[in-house]
Design a protein around this ligand. Structure first.
Ligand code: HPA
Ligand code: ZN
Length: 324
């Protein structure tokens, strides 16, 4: 089964580029940019990864970004992820990035997006992995800041496929960003939002995503299973759910295989993803392999999970049909 998973052509729809920053690259960039890291070696850095909920993860994730300063740093980050993904037979990826986490440190929007985009272009040409970019807003920051970043993105509109919402969910409901997401939709961008597992007001947040924001997908969305009404809405609207098993393990001490079985049984369009693979020490293959072991998924079910990702990917029909 492991071999079968590793050899399958796959798509990844939920991966934060900043969450793909491997410790070795972190040290190389820190040296180059004169940034002092709190640890002596990459091994010591990994040993200090101590996550037990979303805020404890986010604190380490944001601290890690300080080494990303120049355009080429964003290029290297993105290219390294695409090399790794392609080596795992991932042939298509939709990539999140968090511009506010960089502009707030004095790194320009242009530096970030130009470095990322150039790596995407080169990786498609040299490695044969296609990718598209999703700009995320940090939900603990203001709606005004999100709107300012949407404005900053306008000259780069063609480099983006959609917008998302991530970071700390506590007291930051989807509706806070209603106007920003209306404007993004008017720009022709696709919409998604994180509803992480077991967060405060999870069901209210999922309902707002669907009914108020009118998202095209939901990131995570595990808690929708607690409401028949939400499951029906998700099915009716054919919304993809980008579930991240190893990430969930840190938050709820489970790969959520029981929940993924339930979603498959209900014919919900659930997909498997890695979220922040450098921090959670698991890329897409490791997520699928560990999930399959825990949940004893059949080969057919694995094919469905992987196929769902191509089905709910934000691709034009011709490209999508080529993959399906
Ligand atoms: N959840 C919310 N925000 C994030 C995550 C996550 O798993 N990773 C990076 N930003
Ligand atoms: Zn995420």
């Amino acid at each position: 089964m492991q071999h079968f998973i590793e050899k399958m052509p796959k798509a990844e729809l939920h991966v934060h580029l900043e969450g793909t920053l491997e410790p070795e690259l972190s040290f190389a960039l820190a040296n180059k940019n004169g940034v002092v890291l709190a640890y002596e070696t990459p091994e010591a850095l990994v040993a200090a990864y101590d996550f037990y909920d979303l805020p404890s993860f986010l604190a380490i994730y944001y601290a890690g970004m300080n080494v990303l300063v120049e355009e080429d740093d964003f290029y290297q980050l993105t290219y390294a992820y695409l090399v790794k993904a392609r080596s795992q037979e991932t042939i298509y990826a939709e990539l999140f990035f968090d511009p506010q986490a960089h502009t707030s440190r004095g790194v320009s929007f242009d530096t970030v997006i130009t470095g990322i985009h150039q790596a995407q272009v080169d990786a498609e040409k040299k490695l044969g992995i296609k990718s598209q970019l999703i700009m995320c807003f940090l939900r603990e920051m203001s709606a005004e800041s999100a709107m300012q970043h949407l404005e900053l993105a306008k000259p780069y509109r063609n480099l983006l496929v959609g917008v998302g919402l991530d970071s700390d969910e506590r007291d930051n409901p989807p509706i806070k960003f209603y106007d920003v997401f209306r404007e993004a939709k008017a720009m022709g961008l696709k919409l998604t939002m994180h509803c992480d597992v077991n967060q405060q007001d999870s069901l209210i947040h999922i309902k707002q995503c669907i009914s108020d924001i009118q998202v095209d997908r939901i990131d995570h969305g595990i808690n929708s299973l607690e409401s028949e009404e939400l499951c029906e809405l998700i099915k009716d609207k054919k919304l993809g759910l980008t579930v991240c098993p190893v990430s969930n393990q840190f938050v709820v001490q489970s790969l959520t295989s029981v929940e993924i079985h339930k979603m498959l049984k209900k014919d919900m369009l659930v997909t498997i993803n890695s979220d922040d693979p450098a921090y959670f020490r698991a890329y897409l293959n490791e997520n699928l392999v560990q999930l399959q072991k825990e949940g004893k998924f059949s080969q057919e079910q694995i094919v469905t999970l992987v196929g769902n990702a191509f089905k709910v990917a934000w691709l034009d029909d011709a490209t999508q049909n080529g993959y399906l």
